[in-house]
Design a protein around this ligand. Structure first.
Ligand code: IPE
Ligand code: IPE
Ligand code: MG
Length: 233
């Protein structure tokens, strides 16, 4: 925080709940997976746009622990897109100087996906232009439960807020300054529950495939106008 108490103008870490793909597709009379495909394109553009605006960490909610409840063909379509992304998009990210990480309960995915995840993370590890954190099979409640279990597994001494944070999936990533949700719903749906305790929230009706630079700029401008107090007067 700056000395005058004003938020840093550009959020350091922006998190996005990429919602609305299904409705975007249905409006066009297309299957939901078509919307997810368009959503993947929006993600690529948003990484560029975030980098251009000086955002250092971008985290995106791509698949929640609850999304397995969807119809098998949609889940299969999403897994197919995950594979395509790992196969075709990593080199481009690397050339931009982006580091990619995947956060969530990754052991639920097939081994070929896990190999792709490990490769992408290793290949881009040293990049410093922007960090892209893709949350897959991520749930804030699951993350907290996993943290509790890891404390218990180590003998279960009392924890503090600081030591407990060290048990989260990616404790080195700074807490999100700004959390954006597209698609018009006014809820967090289990995203960054612990980390988002003092995040600023921004909601837009735009469906994720329509989220562009103008939309991102509006969210960042809204953030810049806010005063963050963290409980202080
Ligand atoms: C978000 O879009 C993407 C995922 C959850 C994988 P949705 O698929 O939830 O789209 P809507 O909300 O049904 O329109
Ligand atoms: C949140 O969207 C999860 C992701 C964007 C990955 P959902 O569409 O799953 O959330 P609900 O069902 O509207 O709460
Ligand atoms: Mg949705």
């Amino acid at each position: 925080m700056a000395a005058d108490g004003k938020a840093r103008k550009t959020p350091f870490h922006v998190g996005i709940i990429m919602d609305g793909n299904g409705r975007w597709a249905l409006r066009r009379g297309m299957p939901r997976v078509f919307g997810h495909q368009a959503g993947m394109k929006a993600l690529e553009e948003t990484v560029d746009n975030a980098h251009e605006l000086g955002i250092r960490y971008l985290s995106v909610y791509a698949f929640s622990t609850e999304n397995w409840k969807r119809m098998p063909d949609e889940v299969a379509g999403l897994m197919g897109l995950f594979r395509l992304y790992l196969k075709n998009k990593i080199e481009k990210l690397h050339r931009k100087g982006a580091r990619i990480r995947f956060v969530g309960k990754l052991d639920a995915f097939n081994v070929d996906i896990l190999d792709g995840v490990r490769y992408a993370e290793e290949y881009t590890r040293e990049n410093k232009e922007i960090d892209l954190i893709v949350c897959v099979n991520y749930g804030g409640r699951q993350e907290i439960v996993d943290a509790v279990n890891s404390v218990l597994a180590e003998g279960g001494g009392p924890v503090t807020v600081e030591t407990f944070k060290g048990k989260m999936y990616a404790p080195d990533i700074p807490d999100p300054d700004l959390l954006i949700r597209t698609g018009g719903e006014l809820r967090m749906s289990n995203f960054w529950l612990w980390e988002g305790a003092y995040s600023e929230y921004y909601f837009t009706d735009a469906y994720w495939p329509d989220f562009d630079m103008a939309e991102l700029k509006r969210a960042v401008e809204s953030y810049a106008s806010r005063e963050r107090r963290y409980g202080a007067a």
